[in-house]
Ligand binder design. Structure first.
Ligand code: SAM
Length: 771
């Protein structure tokens, strides 16, 4: 027993000990040479001889830190101005060990000057108090979602998609979610108090763990428009409107596909050691299937982006060209030359060669007829530039190279769907003819050149000199490369007959494209809906028809999502106690269990609701949706008032509609509540607030603070009115952020460096009942 205790205490001590970082020198210790890489890209002619050396030097240098201000437009601007005023003056003339550290500079092409770049090593941050303070500010604001630390190039795809608040958007390969966050911000951009956002962002990822990571990453954005799913993107299910039978398609789709990631070498330097041309080649087939599925799910007139963080034409132009060819004019590349004009880019390439899979042999094929039989199992005609490539406007693709603007490498293609594609006779749902299909398991060569063999044995470890806190916000890291390797397996598996059959079953209504087009025709809609239509009005719990479609698949994930009836007893109490208007869309409230007592109540947008109640929704593997509005109260003394209190997550959305239990705070009182955990009601600086609180029954309430000098600065905070004291129901990070915003000096202990949190570790909201 004693031994057991000792072990436990040792474990505890170990857990409390700060995680030791790899020394900064580990970045320098990497060998930044890979003869295969240089030979391959020189052979592809992606850059002129004249700029080759500059390109290579840049690729071997450390990537600067980049971040952007997030949230609704006025809020983001407010925070950006506040930070510039507070921090930037102290960052102007910093010198560490004789090296000048430049202050943060705006990323020139990012709209409204809301994105920045700065280049300070970890040593510099450690040694300079001003840099350290700024870095702490970045970390804490990132954790609560006011700032996103994101690679500059990763910000490009959502910007090109031009997402509007009414759009329905699908992010097919979304984890860890940096681009999803931008898409949510664009959809949830309604900056009008009391107006609920109505759009949809479906964030999907094939990797279950990474899909759950999306929940954590997006929680800070507090949106009712998000639905997180877990599907292989190439098999994302088709859903139909139960009333009309029409397929639900998306206005915008992002296919930021798994890739070899060689554009991220500055951030993930171990790729220098592992890179082979096979990695990109092995992913082409899957990438093309994902893009073809994206096209199928886009509305006519809608747009989609195909992007990778790779520079390899086989993962990029070859995929786009093959998709364009299969769609025969129904999809076109958009001329993005006038978009983000200050972004330096190079056009898509029109020629490339395809490497043999044979290890150690630098054999390149320039056309499919040269491919020997043993490589035909893995190399299909789509790997090669089509003979009529000039007709495809491939130059409209954007290639971003590290040396152009001190970024990572990236590839983006903006596409528009102008009609439903009609595939060639005999093609499958991806537009593949038999010769386009890989014919057997991709075993690849023996040895470490093959990512299938290397996976897990040689995991790419992120040794970048970044904070642990940063790692979770960074996209496409080593995990992505590992995930990509995993996907090679998946791509290989898909070639088996059984898997192919499964794919066709998933979308039996789209097994043949001609059939799909028929289904989309008005006649087919009528036939389909008359046969299978279910009531358009959402199922509600008390109606006892709570979304049969969305429950068939419930074994997959969370507890079932059940839409509340407006007659629900608990909702009626909440409505009366807090004074909700009759116009409040109670039918968009959802709970996660069929029990009569709701632990938490969430709000989702009408578009999310439409997806969840669509015909075929039982196929959706839903990981998460909605924003939490109310949490159940456990304090007996408060239960007489109401069963639920407000949650901070979704409060700002609905607070402007409330007519009861809202307390307007002045600056002195909000300061007192932020500085002191639970002051006595009788000791608050404002007599008016004291009297209003005394008049309230014990329980949840809402505090509103509007700055007289700056009316754009309105803060809503959930409040707990206890018998004699009062407290804010927010966690420490949010409290500190509010103090930053309101220019309230932090108490000494708050200002001390907080240890970076491990991934997934979220601070619990303080819900202690106060005496
Ligand atoms: C390049 S990362 C995406 C980065 C992400 N868009 C972002 O901005 O944070 C590729 C992602 O694709 C996922 N993935 C791999 N194969 C997939 C597939 N067949 N379908 C959907 N997602 C897949 C991986 O788990 C990985 O999270």
């Amino acid at each position: 027993m004693a031994r057991h205790h000792k072990k436990r205490s040792e474990r505890k001590a170990r857990a409390e000990k700060p995680v030791e970082r790899k020394p900064a020198s580990s970045y320098a210790a990497i060998d930044y040479n890979n003869a295969n890489f240089e030979a391959y890209y020189k052979a592809q002619g992606i850059l002129s001889e004249a700029e080759w050396d500059t390109f290579m030097t840049s690729l071997k240098s450390q990537l600067p830190t980049t971040f952007r201000f997030t949230g609704s437009r006025s809020y983001a601007k407010h925070l950006a101005e506040n930070s510039q005023r507070k921090f930037f003056p102290s960052l102007q003339n910093i010198e560490v060990d004789g090296v000048k550290i430049a202050p943060p500079t705006q990323i020139p092409w990012y709209p409204e000057g809301l994105a920045y770049q700065y280049d300070a090593s970890r040593t510099a941050i450690r040694k300079s108090p001003a840099l350290k303070r700024f870095h702490q500010f970045l970390t804490s604001e990132s954790e609560i979602g006011n700032i996103s630390r994101q690679e500059a190039v990763s910000m490009i795809p959502p910007l090109l998609l031009d997402v509007q608040p009414h759009h329905h958007v699908l992010d097919m390969c979304a984890a860890p979610g940096s681009k999803t966050a931008q898409l949510i911000e664009a959809v949830d951009a309604t900056d009008v108090e009391g107006q609920l956002p109505d759009g949809l962002v479906v964030a999907n990822d094939a990797d279950g763990k990474r899909a759950y990571m999306l929940v954590h990453q997006t929680k800070r954005l507090q949106t009712p428009c998000l639905l997180i799913t877990n599907h292989a993107a190439q098999m994302f299910p088709s859903l139909h409107d139960p009333a009309t039978g029409q397929q639900l398609k998306f206005d915008r789709i992002l296919a930021d596909v798994p890739c070899s990631g060689d554009g991220t070498m500055r951030k993930n330097p171990l790729i220098w050691r592992s890179w082979t041309p096979n990695e990109g080649s092995a992913l082409h087939f899957l990438q093309l299937r994902i893009l073809m599925r994206a096209i199928a799910l886009t509305k006519v007139g809608g747009k989609l982006v195909y992007s990778t963080c790779s520079m390899n034409p086989i993962e990029n132009e070859a995929v786009v060209a093959a998709a364009l060819k299969r769609c025969g004019g129904a999809v076109r590349l958009v001329d993005a030359s006038k978009m983000l004009p200050e972004l330096l880019r190079r056009p898509g390439v029109k020629t490339w060669t395809v490497p043999s899979y044979k290890a150690k042999e630098a054999t390149f094929y320039s056309q499919f007829s040269e491919v020997p039989n043993e490589d035909k199992a893995r190399i299909t005609p789509s790997y090669f530039p089509p003979t009529d490539i000039d007709a495809l406007n491939i130059e409209r693709c954007l290639r971003i190279y590290p040396h152009l603007q001190n970024t990572g490498g990236f590839f983006v293609a903006l596409l528009e769907k102008v009609a439903e594609p009609v595939f060639a006779e005999g093609a499958n749902q991806y537009g593949e003819l038999p010769e386009d299909q890989q014919v057997r398991r991709q075993k690849g060569p023996k040895g470490p050149h093959n990512p299938r063999n290397r996976r897990d044995k040689d995991p790419v470890v992120d040794t970048m000199p970044e904070d642990e806190g940063d790692a979770e916000m960074e996209e496409a890291t080593s995990d992505d490369v590992a995930a990509a390797a995993k996907v090679v397996d998946q791509a290989a598996e898909e070639t088996t007959t059984q898997k192919r059959k499964a794919e066709e079953d998933v979308d039996s209504d789209e097994a043949a494209p001609r059939k799909q087009i028929k289904l989309d025709s008005p006649d087919a809609d009528a036939a389909e809906s008359s046969a299978t239509a279910t009531p358009a009005e959402p199922a509600t719990k008390t109606d006892a028809t709570d979304g049969p479609e969305m429950h068939k698949n419930r074994k997959h994930y969370e507890e079932p999502f059940v839409f509340l009836s407006s007659a629900d007893g608990e909702y009626q109490t909440i409505k009366d106690v807090y004074g909700f208007p009759d116009s409040f869309p109670a039918s968009q409230l959802v709970v996660r269990s069929e029990a009569a007592a709701h632990r938490a109540i969430y709000l989702c947008s009408s578009a999310v609701k439409q997806m969840l109640l669509a015909k075929g929704a039982y196929r959706l593997k839903v990981v998460n949706t909605g924003v939490r509005l109310f949490s159940r109260i456990h304090d007996q003394s408060a239960l007489a008032t109401c069963t639920h209190r407000f949650n901070d997550d979704g409060l700002a959305l609905i607070a402007p509609m409330l007519t009861k239990r809202v307390i307007q705070l002045d600056r002195a009182t909000v300061t007192a509540l932020l500085l002191e955990d639970r002051p006595l009601i009788a000791t608050l600086p404002s007599e008016k607030v004291t009297n209003e609180l005394k008049a309230l029954a014990v329980g949840g309430a809402v505090a509103k603070f509007q700055d007289e000098k700056d009316p754009a600065l309105t803060i809503w905070i959930p409040l707990w009115r206890a018998p004699v004291s009062v407290g804010l129901l927010v966690n420490k990070k949010e409290r500190v952020s509010m103090m930053h915003r309101l220019d309230i000096p932090l108490p000494v202990e708050e200002a001390k460096e907080a240890p970076a949190k491990a991934e997934g570790e979220v601070e619990e909201v303080e819900t202690k009942v106060v005496a």
